[in-house]
Design a protein around this ligand. Structure first.
Ligand code: GDP
Length: 296
């Protein structure tokens, strides 16, 4: 399970605090030292940890908290609220264009879960009574096109493809027209992923962006890769204005670093979380629920 280490570390810090009738400034400092180590061990970005601890301390140290009836509980509540804020505060909803289709471009490195997530998102939209159209734009990995077609069939969502020889930009352009002509209100473009971020990949994404003017550019990142996921998000965001992040593989034993750092580092909200390989395993990301889950 994700966050296991972090949760058990935080629980032990907090059970000490909870047990105390009175809490001194030293107790708070000691607890915050331990929280800091727990977050660093969970692979949270060190700057993010520093700011987080400073914020919690500022709120926790003071007569109002110290002299309250249950200071330990008040401090835990402060940590909970700050964790929620760190992950974006409130749920960040998917865009909806006034002039359909709403165009969503999916980007990410190969293996992050882009193709699977595109299909999962299409399924969520279908459940919400939308008429999504999936676009197979990952032409360099023929298996990706097939994979999307198989998934599309499974969830009864059409998949737009063009014969080999067409560029992803051309595919995206024609898919957009196809969606307009056929009344699809969401267009989900699966783009090519590479093993590394390179200029060619970015240029292609910029061109698809140019012709489809997406309402959302969602970056799919693998939460299991921790700080690397955050670095990838930062690089993509510099080249292509991202509107959100999808964290995948949160069902694995990720330590939590990506979930806790990505919003603070990139400014991009986490919009969805993927918690498994199954087509239903995608949920809107709720910062407050994730914070409660982390605190156990
Ligand atoms: P892409 O190269 O980014 O398009 O990645 P794929 O969509 O092909 O996914 C790569 C692998 O990760 C596949 O085996 C997926 O089944 C798996 N995968 C994707 N999302 C999740 C997830 O949330 N949890 C788990 N456990 N596996 C996932």
């Amino acid at each position: 399970m994700a966050f296991e280490g972090l949760t058990s570390r935080l629980q032990s810090v907090f059970s000490k605090l909870r047990g105390k009738g009175k809490v001194s400034e030293d107790d708070v400092n000691e607890a915050m030292r331990e929280v800091r180590l727990a977050l660093l061990e969970a692979d949270v970005n060190f700057k993010v940890v520093k700011e987080f601890i400073a914020k919690v301390k500022e709120k926790a140290v003071g007569s109002e908290v110290m002299e309250s009836f249950t200071p330990g509980m008040v401090i835990i509540d402060i940590v909970n609220k700050e964790l929620t804020e760190l992950m974006g505060g409130t749920q960040s909803k998917l865009a909806k264009s006034n002039r359909p289709p709403t165009v969503i471009m999916m980007a990410g490195l190969q293996g992050a879960g882009k193709t699977t997530t595109s299909a999962k998102l299409a399924k969520l939209l279908l459940k919400g009574n939308h008429r999504p159209l999936l676009v197979a734009g990952d032409i360099y990995r023929p298996a990706a096109i097939k994979q999307l077609q198989v998934l599309g069939e499974q969830i009864t969502v059409p998949v737009f493809t063009l014969p080999a020889g067409n560029s992803p930009v051309e595919i995206a352009r024609q898919a957009l027209q196809h969606a307009k002509d056929n009344g699809n209100d969401y267009l989900l473009i699966d783009t090519a992923g590479r093993l590394h971020i390179d200029e060619e990949l970015m240029e292609e994404l910029r061109q698809i962006h140019e012709v489809t003017k997406p309402d959302e550019v969602l970056l799919v990142v693998d939460a299991m890769t921790g700080q690397d996921a955050v670095n990838v998000a930062e690089s993509f965001n510099k080249q292509l204005e991202l509107t959100g992040v999808v964290l995948t593989k949160l069902d694995g034993d990720t330590r939590g670093g990506a979930a806790l750092s990505v919003k603070a580092v990139t400014g991009c909200p986490i919009k969805f979380a993927a918690l498994g390989e199954k087509i239903d395993a995608l949920e809107p990301f709720h910062p407050e629920r994730m914070a409660s889950r982390i605190l156990g």
